[in-house]
Design a protein around this ligand. Sequence first.
Ligand SMILES: [Zn+2]
Length: 256
Amino acid sequence: MIRHLHHLSWTQIRDLPKSEGVVILPVGAIEQHGPHLPIWTDTLLATEVLDHTLAALPDEVAAWALPPVTYGKSNEHTGFAGTFSLSASTLLATLHDIAKGVAASGFRRLAFLNGHGGNMAVLDAAARDIRVETGLMTFCLHPHLYVEPPFPISDNERRLGFHAGELETSLVLALKPELVDMRQAPTHFAQFPPSAPPLFFFGMASAAWLSRDWSSTGVFGDATLGSADKGQQIIAAAVPRLGNLIADISRFEIPA
Ligand SMILES: [Zn+2]
């Protein structure tokens, strides 16, 4: 079964059964990921994990992937070479334009597969606006889905290892080891002020932090603990989790 929409012709897409089914749009980022990982990391991970998941989906699940939106909203990494960010308004407009094509092609459901934490607020806003504007049923799948480790990690890594640390390093080592330079892999846990942790841990309040304020290498976490074996374990755990969600979304209906 062909699951990449861009491998099909327009007539094939016109004739797909669309009562059930979801179009999945990966949204990545091109941004610094420390001195050891490629700036492509977030787009790479989202598209590769999606490809593994689509390959494992049973044929009765109707799901098709679009080519990714390669760039994301990455201005929290401003000041590091190799960060190429879209503004929120550009990303919103891009998502709206692609969604209009999804609706005009006759599909009923659109899911964003997000590869980058900095995209979350924009994707959630876009999903609701697109729902109102086009009538598409819209969904967001965020990176927690596929970076959740099935093995123990340190408390520091769990709380503070959110960028280019043990987990992302492991995933790139599993998928594109030739792009990783482990000799450059840093260990860095940000020293957030003792009074301020709730502001940095995605809780009830938040700080608009910039990476450069808290990490000279751009890394948050212990990248030296990355390994291809851990990356394979993360992918093996993520594929059924993401696959089940895609199957549920593909059949999701809003009550009449
Ligand atoms: Zn990343």
